[in-house]
Design a protein around this ligand. Structure first.
Ligand SMILES: O=C(O)[C@@H](O)C(=O)CO
Ligand SMILES: [Mg+2]
Length: 258
């Protein structure tokens, strides 16, 4: 059975941010991820995570002006200096929280210049992370273009090609089953077609991005597929609860029993 983490940016939003850690632990999660922890003092978040015995397993690099449409800058030509500044901020936050994974957001971009910028920035980031925090691993995540129009990385083949070209041991794939289903039409087949084991997995139901319980993806079969394939990382619930978070945790209880 996989180890389950709660995405505290989307789950337990009934509670204040620092109270979500204890709520997630009490509900049966073993870890958590925070999309954008940057509005909080790292020490406060670290203390809340420790008090709840709920490790922070993943954070994202800064998204920028999210309300204004930004989604990170790694693939945006001309933003290299900003990328480096924000990456260093993310490295410091990951270190302070003890997070083992850092998802590098690509941003809204397209074309050959964007791809070259993306690969160069990721190569730089992988070397920078290896020098400052050897335990940290970086991820890239294909995100579907319906939910995030114009996002640079919308394709698994493209993600794998970039990873192969950079060939950094601390850089790998983040497989979000929700996006995989929306991009390919079959998340479980997309998993089987990967050339390397991903570093992180996220789950949500399709359609609606609600609990990973019903809809187009057979989650019990997917969790078994992860186990039998030897996936030993985290599986994070990254979804919009249909009602309250705790009312929708039948999927976690069921998966934890099997
Ligand atoms: O799937 C997603 O949207 C996230 O994992 C993410 O990091 C970008 O918001
Ligand atoms: Mg995701």
């Amino acid at each position: 059975m996989p180890r389950f983490a709660a995405n505290l940016s989307l789950l337990f939003t009934e509670c204040a941010p620092l109270d979500r850690f204890k709520a997630a632990r009490a509900a049966g999660f073993q870890g958590c991820e925070l999309l954008f922890p940057y509005d909080h003092a790292a020490a406060d978040l670290a203390q809340a995570a420790e008090a709840a015995a709920l490790p922070v397993v993943l954070i994202n690099t800064p998204g920028g002006n999210w309300a204004g449409g930004e989604r990170g800058v790694a693939a945006i030509p001309g933003c290299e200096a900003r990328f480096r500044d924000e990456f260093d901020q993310a490295l410091a936050m990951a270190g302070a929280l003890g997070a083992g994974l850092l998802h590098v957001l690509a941003g809204l971009a397209e074309g050959a210049a964007a791809r070259a910028t993306y690969v160069d920035n990721l190569r730089w980031a992988a070397a920078r992370a290896a020098a400052s925090n050897p335990a940290l691993r970086l991820t890239i995540e294909p995100i579907n273009g319906h939910d995030m129009p114009g996002y640079f990385l919308q394709d698994f083949a493209e993600a794998q090609a970039s990873l192969a070209e950079i060939a950094a041991p601390n850089l790998g794939l983040q497989f979000d089953a929700y996006h995989a289903q929306r991009i390919t039409g079959d998340a479980r087949a997309a998993w089987d077609n990967l050339d390397k084991m991903p570093l992180h997995v996220q789950v949500a139901g399709v359609p609606g991005r609600h609990e990973p319980q019903s809809g187009d993806i057979d989650f019990p079969a997917f969790f078994t597929q992860l186990d039998t394939g030897g996936y030993a990382g985290w599986v994070s619930g990254e979804y919009h609860p249909k009602r309250s978070t705790t009312e929708g945790l039948g999927w976690l209880r069921e998966a934890s029993r099997s």
